[in-house]
Ligand binder design. Structure first.
Ligand code: ZN
Length: 359
């Protein structure tokens, strides 16, 4: 082979490599430009909130009832509240009694119960008949109760918290005291307060099942909604409210719903827990810190319904048998539940046009 041919081919190879590398670099640059890491600025929020004067409001939540509800749901007798398990049925019986006691009206037709079914697993083996025969559909039940609105009964704010958890695995109970007995007990506290202080909007309290299996209950809710989706003004979702070493609670949702910041700013200025905004802007595929679809607000977000999600950052007992009631930070949790009443009250007092997403 002639020498100059060899040199020409080497040059061409290098040109192709350079072209590939440049295209990759430009692609990466364009891809990362769509993310906004500056959107949260959490240290600046902490510094600003350190100046606030806390707790201008008297407590609205009965701490003993709140902690008693959380303790009961996280009790070993509930066996971790796995979807489709006897422990899940016991948790449901407990919640039905609480809904009745509080005086909520049934919101799934004449009943509190909204049953649904789903296929276990990821749904990629649907053609394998033998696999399906070994894995029958799982039955879940959402519990739905409501307080009718005094001014706008046709407009609905959905306050939600999943009651299922991981059940029993390898012979060990996963009590899920923080995840998410805490959210459910706080939801019951919010319901109790509004039963005595009638809201302007209808409040629909949704205790979802099957969240840990892939947001199954909330997906079933938006697929077969008990009220028209267009009548749902907003979804406020609670998931993990009861412990954080720094007394911090995150609120996600303002990136998608910036119109709600003016509603929540006054609430967080007087809240005892430190409420930080974040975990809600789009991120690169290798960064899973966007919580938009990590709990039951996800299906509401998918339908374009304004949403806010409250929850703490993961802790060492997250999704472990050690997520027990004994490890809950009771003072923090009670302060969070009081703040959640304030959040729902602020939203309920806001005209619908200011809650609606700008289009
Ligand atoms: Zn959870």
């Amino acid at each position: 082979m002639p020498l100059q041919d060899k040199a020409a081919r080497r040059r061409r190879r290098w040109r192709i490599r350079l072209l590939v590398a440049t295209t990759f670099a430009i692609g990466l640059f364009v891809y990362t430009r769509q993310f906004h890491p500056e959107a949260e600025a959490v240290p600046a929020q902490r510094a600003q909130l350190a100046q606030r004067s806390r707790a201008a409001l008297p407590p609205r939540v009965d701490a003993a009832v709140l902690l008693g509800d959380q303790d009961a749901l996280a009790d070993p007798s509930m066996e971790g509240r796995g979807v489709g398990t006897p422990g899940g049925v016991r948790a449901r019986d407990f919640l039905l009694a609480r809904f009745t006691r509080i005086g909520l009206a049934p919101a799934a037709g004449q009943s509190y119960a909204q049953p649904f079914q789903f296929a276990p697993g990821r749904g990629i083996r649907f053609w394998r008949k033998a696999w399906w025969q070994a894995h029958p559909p799982v039955a879940g039940v959402n519990l739905l109760g409501r307080i009718p609105g005094s001014a706008e009964p046709g407009k609905v704010i959905v306050v939600s918290a999943h009651y299922d958890h991981l059940g029993i695995r390898d012979g060990r109970i996963y009590p899920g005291a923080d995840d998410n007995a805490s959210g459910v007990a706080a939801m019951l506290a919010v319901a109790t307060w509004f039963k005595a202080h009638p809201p302007r909007h209808t409040l629909l309290f949704a205790s979802f099942d099957g969240e840990e299996a892939g947001l199954r209950g909330s997906r079933a809710f938006v697929a077969r909604p008990p009220v028209p989706l267009a009548s749902i003004v907003a979804n406020i979702n609670f998931d993990m409210l009861s412990r954080n070493p720094h007394g911090e609670l995150f609120m996600s949702g303002l990136y998608a719903n910036p119109q709600l910041q003016a509603v929540i700013d006054p609430v967080r200025a007087r809240a005892v827990p430190t409420i930080l905004y974040g975990h809600d802007h789009p991120r690169p595929v290798w960064d899973d810190d966007d919580w938009t679809r990590s709990s039951d607000q996800g299906p509401f977000a998918g339908k374009g319904i304004p949403w806010l999600y409250f929850g703490v950052e993961d802790h060492p007992d997250y999704h472990r048998p050690t997520d027990t009631f004994a490890r809950v930070d009771r003072d923090f949790y009670v302060s969070v539940a009081n703040a959640m009443v304030d959040v729902v009250a602020a939203l309920d007092a806001t005209p619908d046009a200011r809650i609606a997403r700008a289009r």
